[in-house]
Design a protein around this ligand. Structure first.
Ligand SMILES: NC(=O)c1ccc[n+]([C@@H]2O[C@H](COP(=O)([O-])OP(=O)(O)OC[C@H]3O[C@@H](n4cnc5c(N)ncnc54)[C@H](OP(=O)(O)O)[C@@H]3O)[C@@H](O)[C@H]2O)c1
Length: 333
């Protein structure tokens, strides 16, 4: 690739059913030049997440995507040219400007990342997924030693960090994931106490067997029938952190929420806490410092599923929705 070409993946078409690579378009254009107050960023690592798919739905929680706009998404890279005094070439910055080699950003929209860490760690453990896991579990869920923590999509980006933070907090950690290989990986590599393969057998039976004393805290990444089943194993007074709803994303006619609400919340006195990770900026340094401490003392591991090359981004997101990733899915651009 010539360095004066900007490769871009575009939103081409809203999928009616499951996502495919045909729903994306591709364009090459000249690398832009920053105007007043603008900064040119060379993206180095993109972060993919189920949210990228949900933004392509008709009824999404943000502004609907427009045909031929660059696919939005979190990215990290370095400033290569700046027309604003607050940034200089070489500065490491985070953007939301998505699936392209170069992004032209207004300086005010850039987030400076000055923690000395690799681009992968800045986008992964110290990026959206790691911080969402940290705030969602530790600030919202507030696990206590001796409790049973149940985590869905436990082998995913957020789930694999939540599971480890649960163990650091002294919980018995039970993970839910799809397929025997992922479940074995969770037990052997991530260090969970028990796992449930939601694609095999009866989910209710498997959850009861894995959580014989019930669940105190359920960290929900997926919603749907897994949330429905988890309601039955929660103890009286149990807590649910609703972090994501991946089971509802890969369709333009997603199923309705789980059966049993609100009655099961009422009769078991459950607390269901929806959580979005903005508003925690004041605690980011605390989160970074604790995550790095646990990483260096070996109590926390990073699991990155790295895809090499911007050209593979669409197939990587399609793969993620089918369960391809173990840990956080990052694309090296
Ligand atoms: N609240 C917030 O502020 C916030 C911030 C960021 C992300 N999120 C949300 O958090 C959730 C997790 O994000 P992540 O980036 O860590 O993604 P992730 O869990 O790595 O997502 C991919 C995994 O989801 C699972 N999955 C796919 N379709 C599924 C289905 N129909 N039912 C159950 N599981 C399914 C697959 O694992 P299996 O093979 O195990 O099925 C797949 O590997 C997402 O819903 C995301 O939107 C929330």
């Amino acid at each position: 690739m010539s360095s004066n070409v900007n490769r871009q993946w575009l939103f081409a078409e809203r999928p009616e059913g499951k996502l495919g690579v045909e729903h994306f378009g591709y364009r090459e254009s000249a690398v832009p030049t920053p105007g007043p107050g603008q900064v040119l960023v060379r993206h180095r690592v993109l972060q993919l997440m189920p949210g990228n798919r949900s933004w392509m739905q008709r009824d999404t929680y943000r502004s609907p995507l427009e045909t031929d706009q660059v696919m939005p998404g979190y990215a990290i890279g370095e400033v290569v040219a700046s027309n604003d005094l607050s940034f200089k070439p070489g500065d490491v910055v985070e953007t939301m400007l998505g699936w392209q080699d170069y992004a032209l950003a207004s300086a005010a929209a850039l987030k400076r990342r000055d923690t000395p860490a690799s681009m992968e760690d800045l986008m992964g453990l110290l990026g959206l997924s790691g911080l969402t896991a940290y705030f969602g579990l530790l600030h919202v869920g507030r696990p206590r030693a001796g409790e049973t923590l149940l985590v869905s999509a436990a082998a995913g980006g957020i789930g694999s960090v939540v599971a480890q933070l649960g163990r650091i907090s002294g919980c018995r950690v039970v993970g839910i994931a799809g397929g025997p290989e992922k479940c074995a990986w969770l037990l052997n590599e991530v260090g969970l106490d028990a796992v449930v393969d939601y694609k095999a057998g009866d989910l209710a039976d498997a959850l009861s067997a894995a959580c014989p004393n019930g669940v105190d805290l359920y960290f929900d990444n997926v919603g749907g029938r897994i949330l429905e089943a988890a309601l039955d194993v929660l103890k009286f007074g149990g807590r649910i952190v609703c972090c994501g709803a991946t089971a509802h994303y890969d369709s333009d006619t997603p199923s309705r929420g789980p059966l049993g609400l609100p009655l099961k919340l009422i009769v078991k006195s459950l607390t269901m806490h929806g959580f979005a990770n903005y508003g925690y900026g004041a605690h980011e340094r605390e989160a970074e410092s604790n995550l790095l401490k646990w990483l260096s003392d070996g109590s926390l591991k990073t699991f990155y599923h790295i895809v090499e090359g911007l050209e593979k981004t669409p197939e990587a997101l399609v793969g993620m929705m089918a369960g391809m990733n173990r840990g956080m899915l990052l694309v090296r651009v």
